[in-house]
Structure formats: structure tokens, C-alpha cells
Design a protein around this ligand. Structure first.
Ligand code: SAM
Length: 357
């Protein structure tokens, strides 16, 4: 289980120079690469259910027992156990049986982000070409369905409490004043469906330019049997004319920094927003100034997502504004204000809410 996203803020951070001692520098470099390799093996453990299975056993087991329980080849499972025990994440008894200590079992889930690592890394050759001066500018999400599905997965656990605490414009809007909601860039739609469950009296629309994502979203809707949600493929970046001033609440989760033409998208969003409507936008909480992210491992990790996904998407079509995660929450606030919109509350939060001025 992957927990719902955690949204940060930049309030407490201050610039500090980060210059390491050479030994510390060398150690950090080598341990980062070592851990990167181990993370690939952790990904295998999640994808093949090896952690789940080890967690279910109440006493230590042999590599054969683990292989049988996961329907896998013992020889490969033994190699995986060799890695994970060397890394310290699986323990061994003197008679060569493997186990995860009871108190540690709940924490195997904290490594589940490793799941998406192979999907992200699969873009390596494409992104190498994009770096080159005469290479392509970028690529969109049309070949990234597995990654989108993985990013979508945690949204399944975004309940009403999460929506209220992290997305809904609490204090600015009452739920019973909302008739129509737009989730812009909805991906496979799990959060859109959760919003529809949260607002059963509203009609919730999810739109995305990615055909595969919208097909998945429609499948998800059919599975969940939620009547007040609809998924629509967005063509030519244009929100339907009949939607003008239709939406009381618009959400954009992990989308704005990905857009190749955010000026066009925000003009569309302004057009379809009611006069007192509110837009809630979540982006990765990265500072726009590189100096302020120094030593922030989480920001470093978000930049990896950006290099392999967000920046190529934001450069995939003209005008290719090339925002990506590094655009940061400070530049985002300026962008919103430059469109004559009024920010409500903290403007340097992962979540920012705004309305027409
Ligand atoms: C990182 S995903 C986020 C998906 C979803 N909101 C979530 O939180 O899981 C970004 C989404 O933005 C969509 N997107 C990119 N450019 C878009 C555009 N111009 N209009 C609408 N959606 C777009 C992508 O297809 C992708 O599904």
C-alpha cells in the first residue's frame, strides 16, 4: 500500500550553502549509486509479491517455500534473497531460513515507490536523445501508461478526509454549493472518482489529452459504478464552449508544471470557471531557486521524475514552455497572478488555490 501524497510547503526553509568534505562527498556519491542498484531489486520484490508473501509468513521460510508461495523459480528467488539479506532488509536464521522481523513488516510498504523506478528508467534512451542539441524536444505521456497507472494508484486511498485536508477549498466553499467539478489532466481517473464520491450531489468531469489514460479512466468508472463522474478526451487543448462558466471547482493534480502551453490551458480554465469558482492545483513542492533545494533529497528525487517525465512532456509540443518540476512553487505563484487570478492562502504550498480576482 502506498500512502496518499503528502503535500509540503516552503515556509520554514532558508538558504544554506552546502559544501561537503571530500570524503563525505565520495561516500555519499558511492552510497547513492549502491542504493540505486538495491532499489531495483526492491522493485522486483514489490512487483512479484515477494515482500507481501514474506510478510504473511509467521515463521522463517526457505527460498523454496517463498518461491512456491509466489509461483516463481527458486533460483531467482534465492538470488533476490541474497541481495535483500546483504542489504539488511531480510534476516536469515542459522539454518538458512529467511524472515522479516515482525515489527519491521509494516515498513516494507515505505519502499513501494521503487515500483515505478523501472518504468521511469525505461525512458532513459529517449531522454538521452532529448538532452542532445539536435535531438527531439520531448515526449508526452502517450507511452507512459504504466507510470500513469502507478501514479494513479495511491489516489485510490484518497478518502474524504484526505480531499478535505489537501485539496478541497475548505473555508472558501461549502460542498453543497458545488454543482459541477472539473478534474483537468485526470490521468486514469482514480482521484476524479474519489472526488465524485466525496461530492455525490455534484457532477464531476475528468479530462485529459491522453487517449489511453481516458480509456483506463472509463474502465475504472465502470468498475467502481459511480454515476456522477464522466471522462472526456480533451482535443486541441480546447474545453468545450458549452462548458463556459460551468464549473464551481476545478482541480489540477500534478498537471500544471507538465503542460507545454499552460497559458492556453489557464485561459480555458478561466473561461469554464464560474465567477465565484475556485481552482485547486497541486504540484511537487520544489523551490524555484536551485539554491534553496540544496541537500533536499526529496527535491532531488522529484527532479528525477521531472527529467524523465515532466520536462519532456512540457517540451513535447509548441510553445514548449519547458517548466517541469524545477519550475517550482514560486514561479507558479507568479504565473497564476500574471493571469489576473487571486491566490487564496499560502502561495508557496504544494497545494495552491485561486479564483478570479
Ligand atoms: C502526472 S499525470 C497526473 C494525472 C492525475 N492528475 C494524477 O494525479 O494522477 C499528468 C497528466 O496530465 C495530462 N496532460 C498533459 N498535458 C495536458 C494538456 N495539455 N491537457 C490536459 N491534460 C494534459 C497527462 O496526459 C497526464 O495524464
Amino acid at each position: 500500500m502506498w500512502n496518499p501524497p503528502n503535500i509540503g510547503s516552503w515556509k520554514e526553509h532558508r538558504y544554506r550553502s552546502l559544501i561537503m568534505e571530500p570524503d563525505e562527498y565520495a561516500d555519499k556519491f558511492s552510497s547513492t549509486v549502491t542504493n540505486g542498484f538495491i532499489a531495483l531489486e526492491i522493485a522486483i520484490g514489490h512487483k512479484l509479491g515477494l515482500f507481501d508473501s514474506l510478510n504473511k509468513f509467521t515463521s522463517p521460510i526457505t527460498s523454496t517455500e517463498l518461491a512456491v508461495s509466489c509461483k516463481l523459480k527458486e533460483r531467482y528467488v534465492r538470488e533476490w534473497l541474497g541481495c535483500l539479506s546483504a542489504a539488511g532488509f531480510v534476516s536469515i536464521t542459522p539454518d538458512d531460513k529467511y524472515f522479516i522481523p515482525e515489527a519491521c513488516k509494516p515498513h516494507t510498504a515505505s519502499s513501494s515507490l521503487a515500483n515505478v523506478l523501472p518504468n521511469v528508467a525505461a525512458n532513459t534512451s529517449s531522454v538521452l536523445e532529448c538532452f542532445k542539441k539536435d535531438g527531439p524536444k520531448g515526449y508526452d505521456y502517450s507511452n507512459q501508461l504504466d507510470t500513469l497507472m502507478w501514479l494513479d494508484h495511491p489516489k485510490k486511498s484518497c478518502d474524504s478526509k484526505w480531499i478535505n485536508e489537501n485539496l478541497f477549498p475548505v473555508g472558501h466553499k461549502e460542498t453543497d454549493t458545488i454543482s459541477n467539478v472539473l478534474d483537468f489532466g485526470c490521468g486514469p481517473g482514480s482521484l476524479t472518482i474519489k472526488i465524485a464520491e466525496h461530492l455525490p450531489n455534484a457532477k464531476v468531469y475528468g479530462v485529459d489529452i491522453d487517449r489511453n489514460a481516458i480509456e483506463k479512466a472509463k474502465e475504472n468508472k465502470a468498475k467502481e459504478n459511480i454515476p456522477n463522474v464522466e471522462f472526456v478526451l480533451l482535443e486541441n487543448d480546447h474545453l468545450d464552449e458549452s462548458w463556459t462558466k460551468k464549473f464551481d471547482w476545478i482541480t489540477m493534480v500534478d498537471v500544471l508544471h507538465d503542460l507545454p502551453n499552460p497559458n492556453l490551458s489557464i485561459s480555458n480554465i478561466k473561461r469554464v470557471l464560474t465567477d465565484d469558482g475556485i481552482v485547486s492545483v497541486i504540484d511537487p513542492c520544489v523551490h524555484s531557486d536551485h539554491k534553496m533545494n540544496q541537500g533536499n533529497q526529496n527535491a532531488a528525487m522529484l527532479y528525477v521524475f521531472s527529467t524523465f517525465l515532466c520536462l519532456p512532456c512540457s517540451m513535447s509540443r509548441e510553445p514548449a514552455v519547458a517548466n517541469g518540476v524545477g519550475w517550482g512553487v514560486q514561479n507558479r505563484a507568479q504565473f497564476i497572478k500574471s493571469h489576473g487570478l487571486k491566490i487564496l492562502g499560502d502561495e508557496h504550498n504544494g497545494l495552491v488555490q485561486f479564483q478570479k480576482a
